[in-house]
Design a protein. Structure first.
Length: 560
């Protein structure tokens, strides 16, 4: 017992006599770094302390504040803004936060000392940034019905025809292709290529007030005449908090809470409720986890984890005074009016419990993990709650002849070729459950040779809806409308259960070999094989609810 210190002292003296200090190895550096870190966190007896009013010592908390900013004052003006006559590129971004950590200390109530520690972090972001776009919208003469200055892509006048004058052509030769000299149907052009104001559809006339005027002349033939330079305002803030407590040295309890709120503030393309650009969106996320680590022995550890998480999104709609969303009007190649999914919202909840047991038995390192997960996807996704109307050039063209007519001219006359309206009576609350059993064995066959074996068994239950509001097409049921096979089947009715699919087992195998070639620790050969399955996702949206949510549709019998 007395020889070890003597030998150590002798060796140190030899180094000193040689004028050299022993260079620390990787292990020595790691030990010193551990001492520094634990001292800074208040985990060591020699940690810095402060004296309280009663002379009691308390641990020091550690933390920091930070701010990161960007500003257009420091940047050049983007070229696309200068090109359109602008002189300022908006950019304001502030990313800021704080964090603090240390032992839990409540004066006169609790002193965490070396058993209870916390950490708290907050980060926020405020951003306003200009987004620029270049689009084509109708000219002011076009909106008044005057198409005399409008030309096609070749620079020739674009004729607009009156659909009310459509008539069969008695001289049509069906043996020849349709051409300007062989029309199947004739149609007279509007006089002077102008649509009379009396022919305007009253709804189209009213909706035009929400369409902004052209503000650019970037392209030929009045194209690229609408330049958008609008601010995008994004906001976010989140907290990460953690609490760790050691109980009787063999038990460690940990809990963490994460939550954040944010707004994706999309840049508006129109300053009206007819904005066709992306919608701003609210976001919320929450996550709570609790973990218990039980050290049964130096060779065995059990870890139990409980976790709950939620992510929610909701569009910020542009609504009128009656609380209705603006319809979507499509008339390519011009920019549309209105947007899809204006009032959509969704939430995804995940609840998980897992237990993992690790032990060492001889030359084997064994681990078994059992996981149970329930996922919930709640959605309210009416795509066109106020309707979608699609217009084409056909009704104002010379039937069958290209480079005639225009979709926006057809819009002025109110002649939609297709229309639909989403009828969503209620949200959908989808559920499914997954169970996973994972087994691992890392076997040291001999020094330098390790064999790893793994087996995952995953059971996924089919999707169900909380109130059985889902449906599918059954090819075995008889359709009462025509007596033929093929009918709409509803969950929980007509011999069907709550789900339309079976539960699925997914066995996954892994095997790996690691070999120190020729006994050298510097050379390792590895071979791995894995057979895996992707987990069945629980999609957002309201797919498979045709019996409860529908789409009213109107299709023109002849868009020409």
């Amino acid at each position: 017992m007395g020889e070890a210190p003597i030998v150590t002292t002798t060796l140190l003296a030899v180094f000193l006599l040689m004028g050299q200090q022993p260079s620390p190895g990787p292990l020595d550096k790691a030990v010193e770094e551990f001492k520094v870190q634990t001292k800074n966190l208040g985990l060591r007896a020699d940690s810095p302390v402060r004296q309280g009013a009663a002379g009691q010592s308390r641990m020091v908390w550690h933390g920091r504040l930070f701010e990161n900013f960007r500003n257009d004052f420091l940047d050049a003006v983007p070229h696309e803004i200068l090109q359109r006559g602008g002189s300022k590129g908006l950019l304001r971004r502030n990313q800021f936060g704080l964090n603090v950590s240390g032992p839990v200390f409540i004066p006169h109530l609790y002193h965490g000392g070396r058993t209870t520690f916390f950490s708290f972090s907050y980060e926020g972001m405020r951003e306003t940034i200009a987004r620029s776009y270049l689009h084509t919208i109708p000219t002011m003469p076009e909106r008044s019905g005057d198409w005399s200055p409008v030309v096609d892509q070749a620079g020739q006048m674009l004729p607009i025809f009156d659909p009310a004058t459509t008539a069969p052509n008695p001289a049509f030769d069906p043996a020849q292709p349709v051409s300007p000299g062989n029309l199947e149907y004739t149609r007279a052009p509007f006089a002077g290529n102008r649509i009379p104001a009396s022919r305007f559809d009253p709804v189209s006339r009213q909706q035009l007030q929400y369409y902004p005027a052209p503000n650019s002349d970037a392209g030929p033939f009045f194209r690229n005449n609408y330049f958008i330079l609008a601010p995008e305002r994004n906001r976010a803030g989140g907290v990460i908090a953690r609490l760790d407590h050691t109980l009787r040295e063999r038990h460690r309890l940990s809990s963490s809470l994460n939550f954040s709120n944010g707004v994706d503030g999309a840049a508006p393309w129109f300053p009206t409720i007819a904005n066709p650009g992306p919608l701003s969106r609210d976001r919320r996320s929450r996550r709570l986890s609790i973990e218990h680590v039980f050290t049964l022995s130096p060779r065995s550890v059990n870890t139990l984890t409980l976790e709950a998480a939620t992510n929610q999104t909701a569009n910020q709609p542009n609504l009128d005074q009656q609380g209705e969303a603006f319809p979507l009007y499509r008339f390519q190649p011009y920019l549309s009016m209105g947007a899809s999914y204006p009032v959509s919202r969704s939430a995804r909840h995940t609840y998980q419990v897992s237990n993992g047991y690790s032990t060492r038995w001889g030359q084997h390192r064994l681990r078994a993990v059992l996981v149970g997960v329930q996922e919930q996807a709640n959605s309210f996704w009416p795509q066109y709650p106020s309707g979608q109307y699609r217009f084409s050039a056909g009704l104002t063209s010379l039937p069958g002849i290209v480079n005639t007519g225009h979709a926006f001219a057809t819009f002025l006359l109110g002649g939609a070729e297709y229309a639909e309206r989403s009828v969503v009576t209620s949200p959908s609350y989808f559920r499914h459950t997954r169970g996973i059993l994972a087994l691992r064995d890392q076997w040291e066959v001999r020094p330098g040779l390790t064999l790893s074996l793994g087996l995952n068994l995953e059971l996924t239950t089919p999707r169900v809806e909380k109130y059985d509001r889902q449906s599918t097409i059954s090819f075995s049921q008889i359709n009462p409308a025509n007596g033929l096979p093929g009918a709409l089947a509803v969950a929980g009715l007509g011999g069907f259960g709550r789900a339309f699919q079976p539960a699925i087992w997914s066995p996954e195998q892994t095997i790996g070999i690691a070999w120190n070639v020729l006994g050298s620790t510097r050379t390792v050969a590895r071979v791995n094989y894995a057979h895996t399955f992707s987990p069945l996702p629980l999609y957002q949206g309201q797919f498979g609810t045709q019996a409860f949510n529908g789409t009213r549709t109107w299709i023109s019998r002849n868009p020409q």
